[in-house]
Design a protein around this ligand. Structure first.
Ligand code: HEM
Length: 161
């Protein structure tokens, strides 16, 4: 490794690449796939198509969420920056990153496999229209929070806050 290409730089690259893959994928599903699916004729087909797309992405998102979390905590440790969590006013972007990561980790690794998948199928069978509207709303909230977090993290990491 060249002097500039130290472990810290490599960690940062892994962190940003993981975040781009994961958040970019969520954004695409939210603002491209879901609105397109809503135009499908029969509500039942919308649900089946959404499950197919989201299921494929969920597998990949588990990997990038894991890589973002490991590299994120490693960076924090390498920078000796854990005390940032004691100052949320100045370092809110650190809290935002961890909060977002925790929500996705819970959903992708615990709730989805254990509960959400069954809940979604049962609710969608009863009320496909309402279920898709709810799913879209939740996706919009999380995608928007993620974009704000990305902007905040870059500003925070480069002295912009
Ligand atoms: C376990 C969760 C996470 C931890 C512990 C963590 C930690 C960190 C740390 C320590 C930095 C370097 C900050 C600095 O140089 O001052 C960083 C940078 C960054 N993080 Fe995270 N992060 C996590 C999750 C996330 C998530 C979920 C996102 C996206 C929504 C994200 C996006 C970014 C971005 C864009 C940067 C800026 C990189 C740069 O411009 O150099 N991180 N993160």
């Amino acid at each position: 490794m060249t002097p500039a290409m130290d472990e810290f730089t490599l960690l940062r690259a892994i962190h940003v690449a993981s975040v781009v893959h994961w958040i970019g994928g969520v954004w695409f599903v939210t603002f491209v796939v879901l609105p397109a699916v809503r135009r499908f004729a029969e509500p039942a087909r919308r649900v089946a198509f959404f499950e197919e797309v989201e299921g494929r992405f969920a597998f990949q998102a588990r990997l990038s969420t894991l890589a973002a979390g490991i590299s994120g905590f490693w960076l924090t440790w390498r920078m000796e920056a854990f005390d940032r969590f004691l100052d949320p006013g100045r370092f809110w972007f650190m809290h935002a990153m961890v909060a977002l990561w925790a929500i996705f980790t819970l959903v992708l690794f615990v709730l989805e496999p254990l509960l959400l998948h069954r809940w979604f199928s049962a609710r969608a069978a009863r009320d496909p229209e309402g279920t898709m509207a709810l799913v879209l709303r939740l996706h919009r909230v999380l995608s928007s929070a993620a974009l704000v977090t990305v902007a905040g993290a870059v500003l925070g990491a480069h002295g912009g806050l």
